[in-house]
Design a binder for this molecule. Structure first.
Ligand SMILES: *Cc1c(COP(=O)(O)O)cnc(C)c1O
Length: 360
């Protein structure tokens, strides 16, 4: 079976981890600080806070942007659950806004409509889904015009670009995940980026039991720290990230030119964007049959995502309905991701394109 995702680790990660183990400094220390510095330099922000995973990164970003119980936060329903769940962690209220069916990203026009409908929106959390940055010039204009905080969930967009700016460099805060299926990994891990020193300090204390000073707890915090073991993996992976992304882009362009089955819709990459293809996501009408055809030919697939968040049991119990975002609802029934990760061989690519072209 060709897997839908595969982390690429070699002797460089092995040696880096071994070095940390031999040092005895296996919790949070120097490697974490170095990883923070190098990751923020890569993305072009002043500050970075390494954290135990991408979900905790979203939680810390929300808390540090002063989102409080009852505050309304606009976000997309077409994402991994962590995006909106992190709003619920602080007892704030997700307002789901529909997506653009051609990019899968939140639709700026629908953001404006939601802002008109709700006069009291506190923040917007956007997601650069599947490795494609959102329509930033319009979204930044909206956030500025309304004076509201913008948080980027860049968990799927390490190294993605809009014009000459990196994903994660637009918002008041941005968050990343380094889960093994992402464009780079630390095993479990995450990062918050910001240019704002106040947000930086707030995240640093939030992830460390609210301590600005040892054993002096100013606020309620958590233990969300990253380990040196994870950071050592991340430092090696960060050096490989551009090459990983280039291979993902090459794989995607192979599919763009070689998949010519008119029953499947290929993903779009608008001009001016660097799409890093965290996923290569097709739309098909008869998805179960398509998935079976690929599985019968030893090709793994992924459904990202089978339900918009407002159609999830958790959110339905809270009174939400996926009927409020009909485009996300429709798209969720049709999407299927095929392997695009950098471990694919030329033979894999040829096989996958051929099998898809044979589907009828
Ligand atoms: C992976 C992911 C997260 C959560 O990251 P974890 O490290 O798994 O906690 C959040 N948002 C999106 C869009 C993701 O893809």
């Amino acid at each position: 079976m060709i897997p839908i995702a595969k982390p690429l680790l070699d002797s460089r990660e092995h040696e880096a981890v071994l070095k940390v183990l031999e040092s005895g400094a296996i919790a949070s220390g120097e490697d974490v600080l170095t990883f923070e510095r190098e990751f923020s330099e890569y993305a072009g922000t002043r500050f970075a806070v390494a954290i135990c995973n991408g979900t905790a990164a979203l939680h810390a970003a929300i808390k540090s942007c002063d989102i409080n119980p009852g505050d309304k936060v606009i976000t997309t329903p077409f994402t991994f659950a962590a995006t909106a769940n992190s709003i619920l962690f602080e007892k704030a209220v997700p307002i789901f806004v529909d997506i653009d069916p051609s990019t899968f990203n939140i639709d700026p026009i629908k953001i404006e409509e939601a802002l008109k409908k709700h006069g009291d929106i506190k923040a917007i959390i956007i997601v650069h889904l599947f490795g494609l940055v959102c329509d930033m010039s319009r979204i930044l204009d909206i956030a500025k015009a309304h004076g509201i905080a913008l948080i980027e969930d860049a968990a799927q967009a390490h190294g993605a670009m809009y014009g000459d700016k990196m994903a994660g460099s637009f918002g008041r805060a941005s968050t990343f995940s380094f889960y093994p299926t992402k464009n780079m990994t630390t095993s479990e891990g995450g990062m918050i980026l910001t240019d704002d020193e106040g947000i930086y300090r707030s995240c640093k204390t939030f992830i460390n039991h609210g301590q600005a000073e040892r054993y002096i707890h100013e606020t309620l915090g958590y233990n969300f720290r990253m380990t040196n073991i994870a950071a050592a993996i991340g430092l090696v992976q960060l050096k490989k990230l551009d090459a990983f992304n280039e291979k993902r882009i090459l794989n995607a362009s192979y599919y763009n030119t070689h998949i010519d089955n008119t029953t499947v819709a290929k993903p779009l990459c608008p001009a001016g964007y660097k799409h890093v293809y965290h996923q290569y996501t097709l739309k098909v009408k008869n998805r179960d049959r398509f998935v079976k055809h690929l599985a019968d030919n030893h090709i793994g697939t992924g459904i990202h995502y089978p339900l918009p968040l407002n159609g999830q049991p958790l959110y339905k119990r809270l009174g939400y309905s996926s009927a409020e975002t009909p485009i996300a609802q429709q798209v969720a029934e049709e999407v299927v991701s095929i392997p695009v990760h950098p471990a694919l061989s030329q033979e894999n690519l040829e096989h996958i394109a051929k099998v898809i072209n044979q589907y009828e």
